[in-house]
Ligand binder design. Structure first.
Ligand SMILES: [Mg+2]
Length: 230
């Protein structure tokens, strides 16, 4: 076991729901927008948005709508539920701005990065909007831990595509056996690891069931457990 673990030289970390609580970021960012517009900002209203947003992203994943259609669509539908005539894209812009300003680190995130940084070069691997992800990492004070950020929007490929990970390996100059992916998503991080032959740590804080039996190398239920592996 000891020899097996020593082979890792580079650590690739996901951001949302691995280091940052995305739902909490989203909640806080939207709440601030609603307050600014004098709209209801209670939990139920935010939950309505969240459901619409999830549905739009699922439609995108199934190829039913284009990526750029998500943003006007989610706020058009949401504003309809509030009978508001605010321009959807104006609200989207304010929301993105607030999202950049919000940091919601998962407990133990900074401690983990402090620990890992002393032993390995660390890299971010994230699907998302580049400017938003960079700002969020900066604001939360964890950007400094990473040697480089690999963001799907900039690469033109996204997790779990093998091309995403091929680009990362090539750019770092690493062999796949030398890398370890740490992430919460079975369908992007863990499946991506499987597709590209990279070992994975499944961060399963919410204790989700692995319905599709996607193989991972390690599983942890909180971030501090990772110190037992690395
Ligand atoms: Mg994630």
């Amino acid at each position: 076991m000891e020899n097996k673990l020593k082979k890792y030289k580079y650590i690739l970390l996901d951001v949302d729901d691995t280091l940052m609580d995305f739902k909490l970021c989203e909640h806080n960012a939207l709440k601030n927008v609603l307050i600014k517009y004098n709209l209801p900002s209670d939990d139920a209203t935010i939950e309505t948005y969240s459901k619409i947003n999830d549905r739009c992203w699922k439609q995108f994943e199934k190829g039913e709508i284009k990526r750029e259609e998500i943003f006007p669509k989610r706020f058009t539908e949401f504003l309809k539920t509030l009978n508001s005539n605010i321009k959807p894209m104006e609200m989207n812009q304010r929301y993105f701005y607030n999202l950049r300003e919000t940091d919601c680190l998962i407990p133990g995130a900074t401690e983990l990065l402090d620990y890992l940084q002393k032993k390995y070069p660390l890299f971010v691997i994230t699907n998302g909007v580049a400017v938003t992800q960079k700002m969020r990492l900066e604001k939360s004070g964890i950007k400094k831990y990473f040697k480089k950020l690999y963001i799907s929007e900039e690469l033109g490929f996204q997790k779990p595509q093998k091309e995403f990970f091929d680009f990362v390996l090539n750019d770092i100059g690493a062999k796949k056996e030398e890398c370890l992916i740490i992430g919460d998503s079975l369908s992007s991080d863990i499946l991506g690891g499987k597709n590209s032959g990279i070992d994975t740590v499944f961060v399963n804080i919410l204790k989700n069931e692995n319905i599709n039996n996607i193989p991972f190398t390690f599983e942890v239920e909180n971030l501090s457990e990772i110190k037992n592996i690395l």
